[in-house]
Design a protein around this ligand. Structure first.
Ligand code: MN
Length: 482
């Protein structure tokens, strides 16, 4: 992306937000335990979007008249020794199309002058505590004031702008999904009974690391897929397990990312129950993708997926009654407690640091109903949106137990049948789509998804001397299935 792209983005933002000075902050280093031992540096996503600058501890003011000033210091002698030569602020500014550079220490004075002149200062709600404290110091406010007085109009304008991806941005996301495809191929090559979740994860991350890429979020590689964000990788895979893998990578230098989920049968073939569950989730995903188009509310896309899941659950004997009524009342959430998807971009949950400004219209709050309350995006879809479509079915022992004890929705749920599926883990299938002028497009190269393709491919991989072939003997499932 050239400097003009960033200048253009700031210009558009400036037009959308009348008056005042817009202040954007870069991230600083984040310590793991002591200050010099830091997590890998990750730039603030808004700062990256509006400047493309991947340096720590700088800040930008876009003044009322449109002039942009970068506040930052030349690399210290210390950092020259420990981190090597870094770019001068003037070089960073030039690459970002920024007109003027001031030392970092000038920021405080610039803000004080704006305050004295009674000119509004606009900032986005900070996520990191260090940023909050920095703002407290600069503006003479309490932490509560810093978050309360964060600029809602600015947040809405940023959401409007960042939600609609340019062709250039979509290309970055598709590049990330291409890497994901190779990661899933690598997973298939090593998974099988006797392999560990950790080995599968490392085979996938090796693909990313070999290209000097990193994960966009903590990878989920688990046979306990019913634990929705299960980041532990402590199990050994057994015949009869389903392995749920939800991973994504970030593409430098602007950090656009992928977010893909697949669920594979460890032994190479789905059993009868797993096949029904998988088919129901796949059908829900296909119908949701078919429905996703401009002007359609993502709440309706979610509802369509829920309805398809209920149809599948009824065919399996787990649910009963009027399917639309079941969805309306939220009975399906026993098996599908989360939302259909979220925006994707520089952040895996794009812009969710700005709260519900990203997913909900200003005059509309989240539903309080269990399940629907986790829907992160309920707005009408627009061309240029990149979103995930990720229905799933889960058999969560604690949740089934709690609901059964309260006889919750028992006119819609056959608890005796549901309990037979406990131990089957979870199935989720996730792709990233772009809303187009007349519908949507699944982004990136196809990644193995149909039951036939998965079983076929796993047979081939094993036939070609998979290193786990010798362990591929039918055995008891790790978790009793009924
Ligand atoms: Mn996702």
């Amino acid at each position: 992306m050239n400097p003009f792209t960033f200048a253009q983005r700031r210009h558009l933002l400036r037009q959308q937000v009348a008056g005042g000075a817009i202040v954007l902050f870069a991230n600083g280093p984040a310590p793991r335990n002591y200050p010099r031992n830091t997590y890998p540096f990750r730039q603030d996503s808004h700062f990256l979007y509006y400047t493309g600058i991947d340096a720590a501890d700088v800040a930008l003011i876009v003044f009322q008249g449109g002039e942009a000033v970068l506040y930052g210091d030349a690399p210290s002698a210390d950092s020259l020794i420990w981190s090597g030569p870094g770019p001068e602020p003037a070089d960073l500014a030039r690459a970002a199309g920024i007109e003027r550079v001031e030392p970092a220490s000038a920021l405080e004075g610039a803000l004080a002058r704006l305050q004295a002149a009674g000119e509004p200062i606009r900032w986005l709600p900070p996520v990191r505590a260090e940023r909050t404290l920095w703002l407290c110091r600069l503006l003479g406010m309490s932490p509560a004031q810093v978050s309360e007085q964060a600029d809602r109009a600015l947040a809405r304008a940023v959401v409007e702008q960042r939600a609609r991806k340019s062709d250039e941005e979509v290309a970055q996301i598709e590049a990330a999904i291409s890497v994901s495809k190779d990661m899933y191929d690598a997973a298939l090559a090593v998974m099988g009974p006797g392999a560990t979740e950790a080995a599968v994860r490392s085979a996938m991350e090796a693909v990313a690391l070999a290209r000097n890429l990193s994960s966009a979020f903590a990878p989920i590689v688990t046979v306990r897929g019913e634990i929705l964000h299960n980041e532990r990788c402590e199990n050994t895979l057994a015949q009869g397990d389903l392995l749920l893998i939800d991973t994504g990578v970030e593409m430098p230098p602007f950090a656009y990312c992928s977010d893909i989920t697949r669920t594979f049968p460890v032994g190479g073939a789905f059993d009868a129950r797993q096949k029904m569950v998988y088919a129901a989730v796949l059908r829900a995903q296909e119908l949701a993708i078919a429905a996703a188009s401009p002007e359609v509310s993502n709440r309706d896309v979610h509802r369509i997926a829920c309805r398809a899941l209920v149809d599948g659950l009824q065919a399996m004997g787990l649910m009963k009654g009027d399917p639309d009524e079941a969805v309306q009342q939220g009975a399906h959430a026993l098996f599908f407690p989360h939302g259909i998807g979220h925006m994707l971009g520089i952040d895996v949950h794009d812009m969710e640091d700005l709260g519900d400004a990203v997913g909900y219209p200003e005059d509309e709050g989240r539903s309080g109903q269990f399940g629907l309350s986790y829907l992160r995006l309920a707005k009408a879809l627009q061309p240029g949106f990149v979103i995930t479509v990720e229905p799933g079915l889960y058999f969560i022992p604690a949740l089934v137990g709690m609901w059964r004890a309260k006889r919750r929705h028992d006119s819609f749920i056959n608890y005796d049948e549901a309990e037979k599926f406990l131990g089957k883990g979870g199935v989720r299938i996730e792709d990233d789509i772009l809303i187009t002028a007349d519908g949507c497009r699944v982004l990136g190269p196809p990644i193995l998804k149909s039951i036939d393709d998965i079983e076929q491919r796993m047979k081939q991989v094993r036939g070609c001397g998979s290193r786990f072939q010798g362990h591929d003997i039918p055995g008891p499932s790790r978790v009793p299935t009924s």
